[in-house]
Design a protein around this ligand. Structure first.
Ligand SMILES: Nc1ncnc2c1ncn2[C@@H]1O[C@H](COP(=O)(O)OP(=O)(O)OP(=O)(O)O)[C@@H](O)[C@H]1O
Ligand SMILES: CC(C)(CO)[C@@H](O)C(=O)[O-]
Ligand code: BAL
Length: 285
């Protein structure tokens, strides 16, 4: 039985009554099997005696002017059915006024330098909005553990850093990206794509695979192989393709070992992001 709560007070009461550990899965709704995998991971961490809370909240603070806040998919009935199927104990689905009773908050979380790079360079203010709402969700749900998808890798790195830097006493876990059979990462925004755009969108994961395959030869080869896949694909406009270390710091040209390859592109008016781990250097790829 999944309880639906709409206010911070109701959520506080629900988690205060919990006997086991509390795991939180923040989402913006329009739930898909990627979200379901996070809920499954949350249950695996806290066990049957724990409490899994999923939030469904389209956070205006992380959308810039001209972005898709108004048309972001809202599929409440299907979201609740998926949460019930996954055995989520509590769904927190607040209104904007409940989360931001005084309008935009005066105090927000500064994501630091990484917040202005990659996604943050294309979407100024985005990560301040993300970290602020996640900090509020942590304050409301007081989770022991919170689970986020690696699909939004920069977000995951920044939330981990926020939890550590601000001593939030929550364990931040990443979960692997769930993909369509052709490699496209599941994403709520995929539903904006028409058939032709959906076909084009598979180039992102093809590029990441090409980068992985070339990684044994070194960073430049990995980046070039991914770039070659993305070059001249009609209908796909690349925002960035970057190879970084696993914490998203820049890599030395001769770096070896673990790294992260990240891509963002616009297919029509839809922005898609994806990333993969890879291992650089001869004998490690
Ligand atoms: N394919 C996926 N596999 C695993 N986790 C995912 C996947 N897609 C999203 N998530 C995770 O689900 C959580 C909620 O994300 P969100 O509700 O924004 O969904 P989304 O599909 O990423 O939507 P959007 O299209 O807005 O990017 C985040 O932690 C995100 O990383
Ligand atoms: C973490 C999050 C739920 C905060 O609004 C959002 O950025 C998302 O869905 O990834
Ligand atoms: N999936 C990350 C939330 C966003 O794009 O706003």
């Amino acid at each position: 039985m999944t309880d639906v709560v709409r206010t911070g007070a109701e959520l506080g009461a629900a988690v205060a009554a919990a006997r086991g550990r509390v795991a939180l899965v923040p989402t913006m709704g329009a739930l898909h099997e990627g979200h379901a995998s996070l809920m499954g991971a949350a249950r695996a961490v806290v066990g049957d005696g724990g409490v899994v809370v999923a939030s469904v909240f389209v956070n205006p603070l992380q959308f810039g002017a001209g972005e898709d806040l108004d048309r972001y998919p809202r599929t409440w009935d299907a979201d609740l059915a998926l949460a019930e199927r996954e055995g989520v104990d509590v769904v927190f689905a607040p209104t904007v006024a409940e989360v931001y009773p005084g309008g935009d908050p005066q105090v927000t979380v500064d994501p630091g330098p990484l917040g202005a790079e990659l996604e943050g360079a294309v979407r100024p203010g985005h990560f301040a909005g993300v970290l602020t709402v996640v900090a509020k969700l942590f304050g409301l749900a007081r989770p022991d553990v919170a689970v986020f998808g690696e699909k939004d890798y920069q977000q995951l790195v920044l939330i981990r850093r926020m939890a550590a830097d601000l001593c939030l006493r929550v364990e931040v876990r990443g979960a692997p990206t769930v993909r369509e059979p052709d490699g496209l990462a599941l994403s709520s925004r995929n539903r904006y794509l028409d058939d032709e755009q959906r076909r084009v969108a598979a180039v992102l994961s093809r590029a990441l695979h090409a980068g992985q395959d070339a990684a044994r030869t070194g960073p430049e080869a990995a980046r070039a192989a991914a770039g070659a896949e993305l070059a001249d694909v009609p209908g796909a406009e690349v925002d960035y393709l970057e190879l970084r270390d696993p914490d998203l710091a820049p890599l030395a040209p001769d770096a070896t070992g673990p790294a992260r390859l990240l891509v963002a592109a616009r297919v029509g008016t839809t922005r898609l992001i994806d990333n993969t781990a890879l291992s650089l250097g001869v004998g490690t790829g």
